[in-house]
Design a protein around this ligand. Structure first.
Ligand SMILES: *[C@@H]1O[C@H](CO)[C@@H](O)[C@H](O)[C@H]1NC(C)=O
Length: 177
């Protein structure tokens, strides 16, 4: 390896360890991203992760929930290991589920929930809205709300359209006379 290559690697390693959250270990990848290993640290919440995190290992911790949008500031994140955690699988875990579904759907089959009881039967990827709790009616409520405004808009547009048509007909008949 040429000297500048070694220097680059040294710099990358220094950068990696600088932002590394306390209980985790970080390793710079040759492709510039970071390998962040937080396995088996008894974590109950997500540590502050470096922006260049590419592979994140959170297996074997005490994580129960994850705030929606938790990984939105990590554009390079590609793989996520969240197995062996006591996940509480209700609606609020939908973000994690969708994140995994989009990127590594096969990983969802390895994620198991510890609570609530109904959600412990299948892996996270196979749970339905019913087993996840109240997500269903929350979604429907917001759709219904939007539906009302669509109806109002439709009525307004139709009324204005009819008024214009009536006006046009009036002027047309007037000019004929
Ligand atoms: C999980 O982490 C604990 C330490 O928190 C460790 O003792 C144990 O061996 C780990 N289990 C597995 C399966 O990695």
């Amino acid at each position: 390896m040429p000297a500048w290559g070694a220097l680059l690697l040294l710099w990358a390693t220094a950068e990696a360890t600088k932002d590394c959250p306390a209980p985790c270990t970080c390793q710079a990848l040759e492709t510039m991203g970071l390998w962040v290993d937080c396995r088996g640290q008894g974590l109950t919440s997500l540590p502050a992760l470096p922006a260049h995190t590419r592979h994140l290992l959170l297996a074997n911790n005490s994580l129960r929930s994850l705030p929606p949008g938790a990984f939105d500031h990590l554009p390079q994140l590609q793989t996520l290991d969240v197995t062996q955690n006591p996940w509480h699988c209700d609606c609020s875990l939908t973000y994690l589920r969708l994140w995994l579904e989009d990127r590594t759907p096969e990983a969802l089959l390895d994620v198991h929930c510890s609570s609530p009881n109904l959600a412990t039967i299948y892996p996270l990827g196979q749970l339905t809205g019913y087993e996840l709790g109240n997500c269903g009616w929350q979604l429907q409520a917001s759709w219904a709300y939007q539906g009302i405004w669509w109806d109002v808009a439709l009525v307004v547009v139709t009324t204005v359209g009819l008024a214009l048509l009536a006006g046009l007909l009036c002027t047309a008949t007037e000019s004929l006379n």
